[in-house]
Ligand binder design. Structure first.
Ligand code: G1P
Length: 267
């Protein structure tokens, strides 16, 4: 590890939130899935709070013409934190959504935070902050949060291939999107928080359709590794749980945890 440099300090975050939310119909017919309630506030507000707590001062939401309610909800910013919006015209995958952030990002390193999952933690340092710290302390071109996942669920996620072994943060030498359990290089699944230097845009341009026929950011990071760049992971600890609202099953689970928290506020 090397000492942090100012140009490794991340203050910009991109939140892709343009997906159609088809797995949550009819709930998401008029309401963006990121705005469905998780307790007293929408899911996305929990995520925005996490991003601000980690020291981000500029946020770009990638939305669609059907999801302007996100802009209505969040407006231009909160305090000194500025919010911007851009419109993805066609849903071609996560890598395509991130490509809309190129002007916003310019020459700066930046974070990507998926708009449909939150991470519960009782660690002193948030997992997202650990991603930013790992980016600052290494020469990595990309850093990704990962979570140990049962092998029979790996085909839902991007799965990483650790270079040496697992540690609180560790380098990888491969990754694959939605593998068959038999082919998965590990049980560590990508969990929706990333940091990148702006070279990722070159790799996104070279990415071809992958799993589900979509442009996958996992494949763009693979091209980055092929070029010899370092990519690191930050592992969620045993007591850290990712709650995603992608399906009714996972949404109800996330909601139940929130209800329990609100009825036992000391937990
Ligand atoms: C996306 C990513 C995948 C990651 C997952 C959860 O997949 O492509 O690598 O594991 O989010 O963060 P999606 O849920 O959009 O299919």
């Amino acid at each position: 590890m090397t000492a942090p440099h100012d140009n490794r300090l991340i203050t910009k975050a991109v939140i892709p939130a343009a997906g159609k939310g088809t797995r949550l119909l009819p709930l998401t017919k008029a309401v963006p899935k990121e705005l469905i309630p998780l307790g007293t506030k929408p899911v996305l507000e929990h995520i925005v709070e996490e991003v601000i707590e980690a020291g981000i001062s500029e946020v770009l939401f990638v939305i669609s013409e059907q999801k302007t309610a996100i802009r209505t909800h969040f407006g231009d910013g909160i305090g000194s934190v500025r919010f911007e919006y851009t419109f993805q015209t066609e849903q071609k995958g996560l890598a395509d959504a991130i490509s809309y952030a190129q002007d916003f990002v310019g020459c700066d390193p930046f974070a990507v935070v998926l708009g449909d999952s939150i991470i519960d933690t009782n660690q002193k340092i948030l997992p997202f902050s650990r991603v930013l710290n790992t980016f600052a302390e290494t020469d990595a071109a990309g850093v990704i949060v990962v979570q140990k996942t049962p092998r029979d669920e790996v085909s839902r996620y991007g799965i990483v291939k650790p270079k040496d072994g697992i540690a609180p943060s560790f380098p990888i030498d491969g990754l694959v999107e939605k593998p068959d359990p038999a082919d998965a290089p590990s049980e560590y699944a990508i969990a929706g928080r990333y940091a990148f230097d702006p070279t990722i845009f070159d790799y996104i341009r070279r990415t071809t359709p992958g799993a589900n026929g979509e442009l996958q950011i996992t494949d763009s990071v693979g091209l980055m590794l092929d070029d010899g760049a370092e990519v690191w992971c930050v592992a969620l600890q045993d007591n850290e749980i990712r709650r995603d609202i992608g399906t009714f099953e996972s949404y109800f689970e996330a909601l139940q945890i929130e209800i329990n928290k609100n009825s036992n506020p000391q937990q």
